[in-house]
Write a protein that binds this ligand. Structure first.
Ligand SMILES: [Zn+2]
Length: 192
């Protein structure tokens, strides 16, 4: 993998003080991923893999739980005794990109669920790729993590890189994301 790693910088946030570093993946595309991490990392850091979701992370969309999960993860990392890291992956809309995600939302307005909408646009339900995550763990010398997730597929995808234990992520349900969460549970095996 053609990978460039930025310098490390301080990132004070409303949750606490972190460091930030960018990992630039250069393939047929260029993606600037981010790692936001505690100043001190213990043996088993708490890790959250967060895929970019502009609508949820920035605009406070209630169609998904990404924004709430992001905040929750930052708070939990600050509390974690072994510290932790948030790996922010630039793979918008389960990898289909922002433009296609908006088209998928339009199909959802017509009654399709999240998976049906992606399939109708010609995409698999999930195009996310976690190879970069293996490179990031190798760079930090991390061999074991506590992964903050409800997604068994994520655990499976990164078990080849590190030893993984799991901590559940608990976020609220609202009238806009109820169906979205139900599909995650019924069709994607999420442990809610
Ligand atoms: Zn989202």
């Amino acid at each position: 993998m053609d990978l460039k790693i930025s310098e490390r910088a301080k990132l004070p946030t409303k949750y606490g003080d972190f460091l930030i570093q960018s990992f630039q993946e250069n393939r047929e595309y260029t993606k600037d991923h981010l790692v936001v991490f505690s100043q001190k990392l213990g043996n088993v850091p708490l890790v959250r893999l967060h895929s970019e979701c502009l609508t949820g992370d920035v605009f406070g969309s209630l169609k998904c739980d990404c924004g709430t999960e992001l905040e929750y993860a930052m708070k939990e990392i600050v509390k974690s005794k072994d510290g932790g890291m948030l790996i922010y992956l630039r793979q918008e809309g389960r990898g289909i990109g922002l433009f296609n995600k908006v088209n998928a939302y339009a199909l959802q307005d017509k009654g399709r669920d999240t998976i049906e909408a992606n399939l109708e646009l010609g995409f698999p339900s999930d195009l996310r790729d976690y190879e970069i995550v293996g490179e990031i763990f190798r760079y930090f010398g991390i061999g074991e993590i506590n992964l903050l997730t409800n997604n068994p597929l994520k655990i499976e995808s990164i078990q080849k890189y590190v030893k993984v234990s799991r901590t559940s992520i608990i976020v609220g349900c609202n009238k806009h994301n109820k169906d979205y969460l139900q599909v995650k549970k019924d069709k994607m095996g999420h442990l809610l």
